[in-house]
Design a protein around this ligand. Structure first.
Ligand code: 1GP
Length: 273
């Protein structure tokens, strides 16, 4: 377990001094051991959160991946306390589930983004999967963070698999109404999703609308690969920028760290102007 019991997860997510970076790991895309190496590399590069999820993930891969990531973090943390680098190098960050279904939960994470796909076409991902998950959550006393999930065009695979009524990125009035829905329901997090690999990612204007209309913690993801794209999200007012694809193709861990560090340094710089 990474977070000290006294540190409240919601406080951790809301109290950043700057925009922060979350690393999304799809357990289907590599072995648990490789996933864990990627997480360590991302933490060294400055990531502040690990999200575990994918559109077609199954339970055993989620469970095992989270387990190995957590064990490795604990080992690293222990090692850092032994060699005196404790204060200089962060070794652990929270690991949260970003679930695709009620059947793929694990009790080994630090919590779950308890998401409702507000613009789903059927109740399945608005409330049904969530209702089915309640027994597991209750039995294992899992920390839930209420999260409104909105999928915009192009939506990519997650838009298809979830059968979302994709939000048109040009229709400002419609965008505002969806965002206000999250605000009036008082979701802790609003997650704006363009879909993995989306081009272009959500623009600054849309993120600014969300920042103006919604008072909670703002996550933005989908297609963000370059420092310039990340800066749009920072300037729009995102609290968290999520990247997934970026870590899926790399030649070695050193190059991955360099690439991620450049991106994360840009994310943590204050907004322009
Ligand atoms: C998470 O879908 C994103 O919100 C991840 O998108 O894989 O394009 O970074 P990428």
């Amino acid at each position: 377990m990474i977070l000290d019991d006294e540190i409240n997860l919601l406080d951790y997510l809301s109290n950043g001094k700057s925009t922060r970076h979350a690393t999304l790991i799809d357990p289907e895309k590599q072995s648990p051991e490789e996933a864990s190496m990627i997480c360590q590399t991302a933490i060294e590069a400055g990531t502040d959160l690990i999200l575990i999820g994918g559109s077609t993930t199954d339970k055993s891969s989620v469970d095992r991946t989270v387990e190995v990531i957590q064990e490795t973090m604990e080992l690293q943390h222990w090692a850092s306390t032994q060699n005196g680098i404790f204060d200089e190098q962060k070794t652990t960050v929270p690991v949260l589930l970003f679930p695709n279904a009620s059947s793929t939960l694990t009790n080994k994470s630090d919590g779950i983004l308890f998401m409702s796909l507000l613009n789903g076409k059927s109740p399945k991902y608005i409330v049904e999967e969530q209702r089915k998950a309640t027994e597991f959550i209750k039995n294992y006393n899992i920390t839930t963070i209420s999260t409104a999930y909105l999928i915009f065009e192009p939506g990519m695979k997650v838009g298809n698999v979830s059968n979302a009524d994709l939000i048109n990125t040009e229709d400002t009035d419609n965008i505002k109404s969806w965002i206000r829905l999250a605000e009036y329901f008082k979701f802790s997090i609003l997650y704006l999703e363009a879909g993995s690999g989306a081009f272009p990612p959500l623009n600054e204007k849309i993120i600014k609308i969300a920042k103006n209309e919604y008072n909670g913690i703002l996550f933005v993801g989908g297609g963000i690969r370059t420092p310039e794209q990340a800066r749009e999200a920072v300037n729009g007012g995102a609290n968290w920028i999520v990247t997934g694809n970026l870590i899926e193709s790399f030649e070695n861990y050193n190059l991955l760290k360099t690439k991620l560090k450049i991106l994360i340094d840009n994310i943590k710089k204050p907004p322009d102007g």
